[in-house]
Design a protein. Structure first.
Length: 127
């Protein structure tokens, strides 16, 4: 239940803290500028599509009153983010790509924070 791996609340909190750590290192306090014409790696695309599903999941949870769907979505988001993190350097990337990746990190952090908050779970920035 308290492991940093697998489908646990602590894993989700750790994922949020990891994203925040990258944003601190990138000094990304303001929203990043997105270049829609820039190339995307498969992991970036997968993360963007996963983030896009948040609204749909919230609507389903509201309709069915099944909050475990939100927990499952957040786990999937954390898993997809880990794949992105492993294959797409953020801080070392060149300027236009770096900005797009920072924007994905910012949106991932915000989505994790909102989703965890809706489940009554804190989203720490450091662990």
């Amino acid at each position: 239940m308290t492991t940093l791996n697998g489908n646990t609340g602590v894993y989700l909190q750790y994922a949020h803290a990891r994203v925040c750590s990258i944003l601190r290192k990138a000094e990304a306090a303001t929203p990043a500028v997105v270049d829609i014409a820039g190339p995307m790696e498969p992991a970036e695309r997968e993360l963007a599509l996963c983030l896009d599903g948040y609204g749909t999941v919230l609507a389903e949870v509201a309709d069915t009153m099944e909050p475990h769907q939100l927990a499952g979505y957040l786990y999937e988001l954390a898993r997809v983010y880990t794949g992105f993190y492993d294959s797409c350097p953020v801080i070392a990337a060149d300027k236009p790509i770096r900005s797009n990746r920072i924007a994905l990190c910012q949106l991932a952090a915000r989505t994790l924070e909102l989703g965890l908050g809706q489940l009554g779970i804190a989203a720490p920035e450091r662990m």
